[in-house]
Design a protein around this ligand. Structure first.
Ligand code: LLP
Length: 429
């Protein structure tokens, strides 16, 4: 699952103790494991090898340049959703031919920038967007490729905020409108519309929604081919799960076993497949380290007040997401045997793990049985490598946390902790 393990009661990332990292760079701190990133990428690549997909890492989930460089060196392309993400991906020397650009609200400036970088594929989400892209391509004289994001009306059975493939979502074009879309725009002289893009939601813990959406996309592609359009790309989007609890997510092989058989023959006949995984690669590769500042009781409840909160990791508060939380240093009897909502171990205490912000919604873990906490204890918030740092804010004027990358028995800072000067850098008094 990942490379965060207890050795003699003390949590390590690969060969480095989390306590040593905290001592050196302070908290809150995001710690990433190189080995886990590599292993997750390679597993996915190997599982899908029979259809040889272009694996475009979803930059939005973990966008630090060092992480993007690590994945680029492994052969990943990039899935970007803004000019800023494209800028990041370009900075680490990726080949923009291997980038895909999605998003419902691409601005003119972003489209122009992406065209100038010669990005591989625009994933277009509406008629108006296509017309705008075609206009800018014509004005700049730059030819490009595009895929139509279709909305397959499939329920991914995930949080409603991250369910994106149902008819009522703002994403893509309804399946029934897709053929008309190709008839209107499929012969544009500057933007060659030649692919279908899907992204049904995140995370998707079963394979059935993928089967359903791919099947619908293939039927559409056959219809389009029958009408004389050449479709050479199918982009399946992202959404594969991660282990917030031990063994919660299907393995890369299980997703592949479901999806590959639908596509193998088509790939033999020239279809190119793109995947846009984020979470399944990054989530388990990162842990948030936070220090307990104070403990207190309010009514019957025990509170551990930490130096990280919803400003550092928004997911618990925003989606009600579960992240396993445990002290980094515990006696042998309290080393967690697995990561689960409820563990039965001696002497645990029901605790609210909260942040320092002035909001009741500022929590990391609610109503959790964990070892009794004391001022100064270090806590690990697991599975925080995806949508952790990238969704962090400076709310209540807390500088953004430091990020650290571990490789073997070494670690290095890959983003310095912000200072108070950084907080006001763009302001004038
Ligand atoms: N492709 C597209 C078009 C997407 O919108 C997304 C994620 C992905 C790929 C990558 O999905 P992944 O493989 O990471 O599941 N902030 C939320 C997740 C939002 C996902 C947005 N789109 C969270 O913390 O759960």
């Amino acid at each position: 699952m990942d490379d965060f393990r207890y050795l003699k009661g003390s949590l390590s990332c690969e060969g480095v103790s989390m306590r040593d990292i905290a001592k050196s760079v302070g908290t809150p701190c995001y710690v990433y494991s190189c080995a886990t990133f590599r292993q997750h990428f390679i597993r996915l690549r190997d599982a899908f090898a029979p259809i040889n997909p272009l694996i475009c890492f979803s930059v939005k989930c973990c966008s630090n340049l060092s992480i993007l460089r690590l994945l680029t060196e492994l052969g990943a392309g990039m899935d970007v959703v803004s000019g800023g993400e494209l800028f990041r991906a370009m900075k680490v020397g990726g080949d923009p031919k291997n980038f895909v650009y999605a998003g419902v609200g691409k601005s003119d400036a972003e489209i122009r920038y992406a065209l100038e970088q010669r990005i591989g594929l625009f994933n277009v989400e509406s008629e108006m967007e296509f017309e705008n892209l075609a206009r800018i391509a014509r004005e700049t004289g730059i030819h490009t490729g595009a895929a139509l994001r279709v909305n397959p009306d499939v329920d991914p059975k995930t949080h409603r905020y991250t369910s994106t493939g149902k008819r009522e979502s703002k994403f893509g074009v309804d399946l029934e409108r897709a053929a008309a879309f190709f008839r209107s725009y499929g012969r544009d002289p500057f933007v060659s519309l030649r692919g279908i893009h899907l992204h049904i939601g995140s995370p998707v813990y079963t394979t059935a929604p993928y089967l359903e959406s791919v099947t619908k996309a293939l039927a559409l592609m056959d219809e389009l081919t029958g009408q004389g359009f050449q479709i050479d790309t199918l982009d399946l989007g992202g959404g594969f799960g991660a282990d917030y609890e031990s063994d919660q997510s299907p393995l890369a092989d299980e997703y592949a076993n479901a999806i590959v058989p639908l596509l193998r023959d088509r790939v033999t006949n020239g279809l190119r497949i793109i995947l846009e995984p984020g979470r399944t690669i990054a989530a388990n590769a990162g842990v948030l380290l936070t220090k307990v500042e104070y403990v207190k009781k309010s009514g019957d409840r025990n509170f551990a007040i930490c130096d990280a909160g919803m400003h550092t990791l928004l997911r618990p508060s925003h989606y009600g997401a579960f992240h396993f939380v445990w002290p980094t240093d515990v006696p042998a009897a309290l080393v967690p045997p697995r990561r689960a909502r409820e563990l039965v171990l001696p002497g645990l205490e029901r605790t609210e793990v909260v942040g320092p912000l002035c909001e009741t919604g500022d929590f990391l873990a609610e109503d959790r049985m964990i070892p009794p906490l004391h001022r100064g204890d270090l806590l690990a918030v697991y599975t925080a490598g995806a949508y952790g740092m990238t969704m962090a804010s400076r709310y209540n004027s807390h500088p953004l946390p430091v990020e650290v990358l571990v490789e073997g028995d070494q670690f290095r800072v890959i983003r310095e902790r912000e200072t108070y000067d950084d907080l006001v850098h763009h302001e004038s008094a």
